[in-house]
Design a protein around this ligand. Structure first.
Ligand code: SF4
Length: 285
């Protein structure tokens, strides 16, 4: 996709500016795809390349798409620099840029060392261990449900049970690493804001990242609680995971006390569009 087409798409009045900044990137389950520039541009690029997942040739298209994104971004950066009279080559070599990179690395290291980040890493490792240990049982349950479906056993709805189990696992897997990434973004983003604007105590963007991390934690807690009833033999491990998630939730709420109140564009707002939409909430004052 060229930048002219991108600019044209961005003019769509129904788009919600910045909605993709505080979402969970689960586009398959998103109710705002038609109002998200990220989703629409990705779809357009797939259409242009004929991409759909599933084969080496098509995966090659995927990586080509990533490369094209990079080229498009660089073209836009160069245009911006030219317009603003910035010499990009000189800028990249300046002491100021080097110092900024050192500060950025420090913020990242500090975020990694934070107790919330450590708990989030503990969490995804525990999930990996659990998935490894429960693999046999999981397969057994799937086989049992498949047989029940084939035999049409009375009083059972194996198809529905299987869908439910798959949904639970999808939620766990989707957020497994996402939580850690968003917590890191919230912590390092807040540190950057404090460096840039020491007199401004608002933490808008960091709160938005913390909020989506909290939502992911809430949903993961719900999924583990549901799974606990399906894997009673694994109750000790499941409870250990639930306790860790709950501790993480509380620590993050304490670190970002305004995060729950953050209004995410689209998801938490009352919106008026040319096409009706089913959502609720109110803008942040
Ligand atoms: S807002 Fe929805 S469609 Fe857009 S990137 Fe996020 S999950 Fe995907």
């Amino acid at each position: 996709m060229d930048k002219v087409k991108l600019m044209k798409m961005a003019e769509n009045p129904d788009l919600i500016p910045g909605i993709y900044n505080y979402c969970d990137r689960w586009c398959e389950r998103c109710t705002f795809t038609s109002r998200c520039l990220t989703f629409l541009t990705e779809e357009e690029k797939k259409k242009e390349s004929g991409y759909s997942p599933g084969s080496d040739g098509l995966n090659e298209e995927f990586w080509k798409g990533i490369k094209d994104n990079f080229s498009l971004a660089m073209e836009m950066v160069r245009d911006f620099a030219e317009k603003e009279g910035i010499d990009l080559e000189a800028a990249m070599e300046s002491e100021e840029v080097e110092a900024a990179m050192v500060r950025s690395e420090k913020r990242s290291d500090d975020a990694n060392a934070h107790q919330c980040s450590k708990m989030a890493v503990d969490y995804y490792r525990l999930v990996n261990n659990w998935l490894e240990e429960a693999r046999g049982e999981w397969e057994g349950i799937r086989e049992d449900l498949t047989s029940a479906f084939r035999l049409k056993l009375p009083g059972r709805d194996p198809e529905n049970e299987l869908v439910k189990l798959n949904d639970i696992m999808d939620v766990i897997r989707w957020y497994q690493y996402f939580i850690s990434v968003k917590i890191h973004r919230a912590l390092s983003g807040r540190a950057e804001d404090r460096e840039e604007w020491p007199d401004d105590e608002t933490t808008g963007d960091a709160d938005g990242s913390a909020k989506i991390a909290l939502i992911a934690i809430d949903r993961s807690i719900g999924a583990w609680a549901a799974l606990n009833t399906e894997f009673p033999e694994q109750e000790d491990e499941t409870l250990e995971i639930l306790v860790l998630l709950d501790r993480l939730r509380k620590a993050l709420e304490s670190e970002f006390p305004d995060a729950r109140a953050f209004i995410r564009p689209g998801f938490d707002e009352d919106l008026i569009f040319s096409t009706p939409i089913n959502t609720s909430g109110g803008p942040k004052k």
